[in-house]
Structure formats: structure tokens, C-alpha cells
Design a protein around this ligand. Sequence first.
Ligand code: ZN
Length: 525
Amino acid sequence: MNLSSSLAPIVDKLKELGVTAEESNISEDTTATNETTTTKKITYPYEFLLRIPKADLHIHLDGSIRVSTLIDLAKEQNISLPSYDEEELKQMVFPPTYTSLVDYLAGFGYITKVLSTKQALERVAYEVALDAYDTGVRYIEVRFAPQLHAIPGKLSIEEIICSVNLGLERAVKDADELDKLSGEEEMYNNRYNGEYNKDTVDKLEMLFSGKVHPYNAAAPPHHYGIICCAMRFFLPDTSPYYQAFWEVHTGEDQHRVFGLASVALVQAITNLREKGKCCHGCGSSSIEKEETEQQNSDYILPIVAVDVAGAESGYPASDHKEAFDLAHQSFLNKTVHAGEAYGAESIYSAITDLHAERIGHGCNVFKWEIIGEGEGRGGRSKSNKEKDEISDEEKQAYVENLTRYLGGMRTCFEVCLSSNLQTMPKLNGDLRGHPARKMIQEELAVTFCTDNTLISHTDMVKELTLAAEAFELSPGQLRNCVYNGFKRSFMATKRYRAKRDYNRKVISYYKNVESEFGFSGYSTE
Ligand SMILES: [Zn+2]
């Protein structure tokens, strides 16, 4: 979840939730509560989880900045931080666990402040992607809310998106080069003969240092997509852009203002996509680059989807219906943070009002007991009176029908375990009670994602380690969840065939790594 601009309602939410959960601490000998466990629990080596190709479909740019970069950028821009020492700042602002939501949100405040120049956005996008590629992520969809960073008259939504795009593009080039160099032992042996520049020598040193890394000349190449987030809620002091927005819409209903801001965002994205080119002229590293060069045909700018983030409670998806209708009409993909504060109805509203093709989190999807609690939040109940009139059986049937529909449509749940441990105190630090277990059992499309690597102290290897451990995933189940990330991606290819061919490369490489570690032969079912 991206909480950066939604302070007040999230503070309420946290109070509602109570104290945040402790970090997961699942020991090897933990006995699972899953009654269907029949096979011996498998422990996957770190190196295996590092080397399998992975997709991360839900990662927030701001929540995944390097601490060292936050300090650098704050110094450059004269922004005050509680400490300029990396370790100290981590302890003060980004501890492993948060005792209050105010603490949890403080970090986002500093990060948003430094992400207010084109250079800062480009740098952070580059580093976030490269850090992901260093953990064996091959495809990443990075999301951020451009209106949080925009400054009217100074930094436009278009410039923000283009700066991020430029950084992501540079990361792909560098990561692909690391793959290539990883097979160049001869170059490594001759690295000091003066033929190579310092950068190449450094890369060779890193690749051949004996430390395990995911780079491999035979691995599928790296790719990315950009998801732009609208915010469910914002205040005038959330950002200079939102301040200006509030000023020109003084006196209007706040829900209408949230909706209008989303329309403005989607319109800006649509304009950019129509141009087909970023203001820097970047974007040429799409999957079809070679073909593009050969045939001189247009590449596809990888701005793939819109999302709505921020506090759900009191700020319904339906506020953004007009914006998401526009996105839908413009053939943009849609993913929606839903089912965190509310349950099935919020997810229903995301897929009907906002045409969501994927769901961020969706943790409360099975909670039929809370149906009706989000009054007027779309879906089953329209009022508290009606809530009283719905029987338990009707509520249960509603959840069953909804989940059957979601499973059939392969609407993918972007599950972020470390993040949920921080925001779902009911888990009590124990992921065995996380709804992803049931999602997998019920054959919903589930993929694991990081959400915020800095805020949640995680990466994709850690997320898969947690998932495999808590849900006792068989190699087939693990493979299924990883494949879902590629299959349900919004990859920007001109034709479907390019995505299919890419996914085939992913599958074949995954199988090779599996057989190397002795995990082949398990069915995907
Ligand atoms: Zn999120």
C-alpha cells in the first residue's frame, strides 16, 4: 500500500487496527496449521530463489528508495532529515517494525520531498529497478503517483513520468549488460589489459567475485512497465500540485475533487501515450527494440496502467469511476488497491466501477462477515439498513460467487506479505493465517510482490521465502505463483506474440534452474 499522501485517513485506520505487527519470525520447525498438508515441507535454498526469473508487479517507487540516495538527495536539495547517517536514519525513520502509523508514514514524507526534480526521479527509478534486477527480477512494473511529485509551472506530470521512464530504461540496459558479461570469463581474465573501461571492469569484478548473483547470459532479458497511481484521498498540503488543485476547486465536494484529479492524471497519461514518445525521447528499449530498429516501426511507450492507491476507508473506488472509464476507453490497463480496509464489496467495486484487471492486496476478499460495513461502497450493500437485511448465507454466497468470477477471469491478486505483516496486526506476525493461503487453495491467480522494499525491508527473494515457508508451497505451487507474475503482467508489446515468446523464455529458463536444484518433476497443479 502506498500511504504517502493519505496521512489523516490512514492514521485513523491504524488506530482502528491497533498496534502494528512484529516482523515475521517463522522458525524452521514451525508446525503448519494447514490441515491439507500431506507432503514434507520443502525449504528452498536462497540461491534457487535468487536465480529463478521473477516478476514484481507491485512496487512503489517512493517506498523503495535506497536510504543512501535519500540522504544524498536531501543534502543536494537542502532538505532537512532527522539524521544524515545511513544507519541512524534507518533506525529512526525506517525501523523493521513501526509502533504507530504516524511513524510508518514519516518516512514517506521525507521521500516525497526529495522526489521533486527530474534528476532525482530518474536516479531513484534506475536504482529501484536495478536493485530488483539484482535479486533476479526480470520484469518489473513500478508504480508511483505523479501528482505527489508535480509542481505547477515547474515539474509537469509528463516530465515526471518521462524521468522515471528514462531511469527504468537505463536500468534495463545495465542489467542486460550484466547478463551478457556474466558469460564472458575471458574478458574477466583480461580485465586489466587496458581494453575495458573502469565501469566494465567493476561489473566484471562484481560478477566473478564468487558471490551468488542472478545474472546469466542464457536468462530472459529485463523489461519494465510504468503504473501511475491516482490517490483516493489528498489534502492541500499533500503536494504543490494537489494544493493548486484544491484551490481551483474550492467549494466542490471532496469526493468530486478526488475524482477530478484522477481524470486529470489519466488525461495526461493518455496524451503522453498518444504522442508515443517521452519528452526525453526515451522509451526505445521496448521488447520489440530489435524489430523496431529493423522495420523502423513504432515502439510502445511502456506506460501500461493506472492504479488507485491510498486509504480505502471512507474513500471509495467509485469516486474515480469517470477517470477509470477514460482509462478503459483509452485501452490502458487497470489495477486497483482494494480489499484492505473493506472486503469483497470493495473488490467488486474495483472490478465493476474501475474495470480492474488486477487487485492490489485484496486481503479481505474472503471476509463475508464484514459485508455491508462499507456503507455505499458499491456492490452488495447500499446502506446499513440493507446490511441488516442480508443473511449470513447470502453474504457467504456473495463471496463465493465473486471469488469464482475472479478465479475464472484470472484477476490477479498482487500479494505483498512483508507489507501486510506491518499493516495487518491481526496476523500477529504469523503469515500462516494470511489469506493468500486460501487464495492459492481456491485457485485464484496469486503473485507475490514487494510493495515497498525500503519501508517493508524486503525484496522478491524474501517475499518468496516467506510465502514458501508460511504456505508450504510445493515447487509446482511456487512456480505457478511466479508464472502468474509474468502471465498477468501488463507488458507493453506491440503484439501478444512478443509477450508470449518472452514468457516462454521465462518458463524454459525457470525449468533449467529448477532442474539444477532438483525441483523438477513437480506438477504445477
Ligand atoms: Zn501498494
